[in-house]
Write a protein that binds this ligand. Structure first.
Ligand code: MN
Length: 264
């Protein structure tokens, strides 16, 4: 349960061990009646020291923030929010025509040198996300490069790769992962073989850091988010919606929230 009582699947969450560096959190929200009960959201809350990436496949999320931005993230859209030194925002899911909401939120760390940077948003409309068809795979490329095509989300500290990959039955997807990258796959439909291991949805796959390319095959079809990025290898201190490098920086953040200087 998160926010004002939102039930979600959380496969990665911020902790000091930071084993998925540079990724801090992965939430999957799916309000599909009657399983998840009444619709609730995430009323106004702060962030510091991270980036959040919201990707919606069904329904929408309406949002507004302390920078004066507001809008709706609809099916196929992406919002990439760099909290930097501080932002307050509200994220409220709405059901689509199907009656469902389905989407993901990924948190990416910021390196120490950028934790107190200027906050910003990258709003990406569905129509501007490249869709690539390749050997029975349909790939929506949010960030990173595939066959010379680049995703629209750029200038992110972790140089991430983030893509939605759907494999038709009896097809294969091979992707070269840069040396040293952390690589995850969130499998949310169907079944596939990930590095020769059968994985059924819903599962988070963690690839070992010992291969330069990943290979996924499927007999019956599979869909997953591929998530990869360069680790920062810095100590982290997570505290709720803040992820800093030291306890003192968390104490400073809480003091600023109390005395009204968090938003500058
Ligand atoms: Mn938030």
């Amino acid at each position: 349960m998160e926010g004002a009582g939102v039930l979600l699947r959380r496969s990665v969450f911020p902790r000091a061990s930071n084993e998925f560096d540079p990724f801090l959190l992965f939430d999957h929200f799916a309000f599909n009646n009657p399983m998840e009960g009444p619709l609730r959201g995430f009323p106004m809350h702060p962030h510091r020291g991270i980036e959040t990436v919201t990707y919606i496949l069904d329904g929408s999320v309406s949002h507004r923030d302390s920078l004066g931005n507001s809008g709706v993230i609809g099916p196929g859209d992406v919002q990439w929010m760099t909290s930097g030194r501080g932002i307050l925002h509200e994220e409220m899911p709405r059901r689509g025509e199907s009656g469902n909401i389905f989407g993901f939120q990924l948190w990416v760390n910021l390196p120490a040198a950028q934790k107190m940077s200027q906050p910003r948003y990258q709003e990406v409309n569905s129509s501007t996300i490249p869709t690539i068809q390749k050997n029975g795979a349909t790939i929506r490329l949010v960030a990173g490069e595939l066959d010379g095509v680049f995703g629209p989300v750029t200038e992110i500290a972790a140089s991430p790769i983030y893509m939605d990959v759907k494999l038709e039955p009896a097809s294969k997807f091979i992707y070269p992962i840069p040396d040293g990258y952390t690589c995850l796959a969130y499998v949310f439909e169907g079944t596939g073989e990930f590095a020769e291991q059968v994985v059924e949805s819903v599962s988070m796959v963690v690839f070992n850091d010992d291969g330069k390319q990943i290979e996924i095959t499927s007999e019956t079809g599979v869909r997953f988010m591929l998530i990869a990025g360069a680790p920062f290898k810095e100590p982290i201190v997570p505290y709720g919606p803040f992820v800093m490098n030291t306890v003192e920086e968390i104490q400073q953040t809480l003091a600023e929230l109390r005395n009204g200087t968090f938003i500058k």
